[in-house]
Design a protein around this ligand. Structure first.
Ligand code: SME
Length: 160
């Protein structure tokens, strides 16, 4: 396992993802523990991409329960269909929210959060966990984030 991330200065967002995702794959290779892997992925995304808040919610019964994350403390439990995370779970698809104040039912864990992207990972055809990335800037996520993070979700599905 690599001891540190190696992301060059001055890269575009797309280039950062392209540098980071193979390093994340190397980081989790050979480690069977899901919590350890999700914790390192959250840290790699936080420090590799400079995200404000990044973390996982795991499906447990009829709720999402907070998993490994990096950033300010967050809500611990979210019901299916509630907020951006619960809606991503219910729909089974990526949701990009340019302005959280305009998303009906958005759950404000931090008043500093302005935009977010949430993506599902599947096990046996069901959503098993979601990745939530929050920004303190409006309109911070686009198709580049969705495409790269969806690739990462397929890597994560290999760990489930
Ligand atoms: N904003 C999310 C809740 C999770 S936190 O932002 C970390 C939502 O509406 O589902």
């Amino acid at each position: 396992m690599a001891e540190e991330l190696n992301i060059a200065e001055g890269l575009s967002k797309k280039e950062k993802y392209e540098a980071l995702i193979p390093q994340i794959e190397a980081l989790v290779t050979g480690e069977p523990d899901l919590t350890a892997n999700l914790a390192n992925i959250a840290a790699a995304l936080k420090y590799g991409m400079g995200f404000f808040w990044v973390g996982f919610y795991l499906v447990k019964g009829d709720e999402l329960v907070l998993g490994p994350f990096q950033g300010p403390i967050a809500c611990t439990r979210i019901r299916k269909g509630k907020g951006v995370c619960g809606t991503t779970w219910a729909k089974g698809e990526t949701i990009v929210v340019p302005n959280v104040d305009e998303f009906p039912g958005h759950i404000a864990c931090s008043s500093d959060s302005k935009s977010e992207i949430v993506l599902p990972a599947f096990k046996h055809g069901e959503v098993a966990l979601i990745l939530d990335v929050d920004s303190d800037q409006l309109n911070d996520f686009d198709a580049t984030d969705a495409e790269a993070l969806e690739r990462l979700m397929r890597v994560i599905e290999g760990l489930l």
